[in-house]
Design a protein. Sequence first.
Length: 221
Amino acid sequence: MCLIARLQERTGRTHFKVVDENPARCLLTSEPITTELDTDLDLAFTNPGTPLKTGSQCLFTKLISSMNNTSVRRNTMINLECIRSSIAEEFSFQPSDKAIWTSIRSTNIHRLTRNFLWKCIHNIYYVGPFWEHIPSLETFGLCETCRVTESMEHILLEGDNPGQHQIWTLTKNLWRLRFPSWPKLNSGLILGCGLARFKSPFTHVKNCFFTILVSTAIKLI
């Protein structure tokens, strides 16, 4: 790299000559010669970055995304911490933010469900407190059945809607055909279903089965 930078400093052409027999080579001894090299580069004659001809669309997208220092939304941070604490309580490990985002892209989760999980973590859906500050629309934030403030956790787990209760009952019964204990679900465990790490002889099968069951259930609800 230093040699290339030095050559680029020259304004004229540079020619290289191949010498087959060099008499000066015979004068060299077997003892190593220590030479101090100047490795300082002049930034004016270097080409920083990635050349367009060697990069790919995926690489450039990642580079551009890394340059955008967007702040994390408050609701997103709350949901990430909720997932982290739920996974730590159930499976005894704390996933990183990157692991959480990667988990919702699992091949065991349907594509539409991946979008749903992503939006839930970012709290994009207009439910509950979103409507409290809009005049004459406050009732939109209440559950039609329970008449309490609605939330995504209430919709998926706590509401009295018969369809929701039936889906979770069928999911639990299907799970118990293969495994005896069904974990107690909460919003963090549902959003982090792709992070399941059960400890049993059938660890991989159990993890995949849990991810598929929970992600399919919330899709139906």
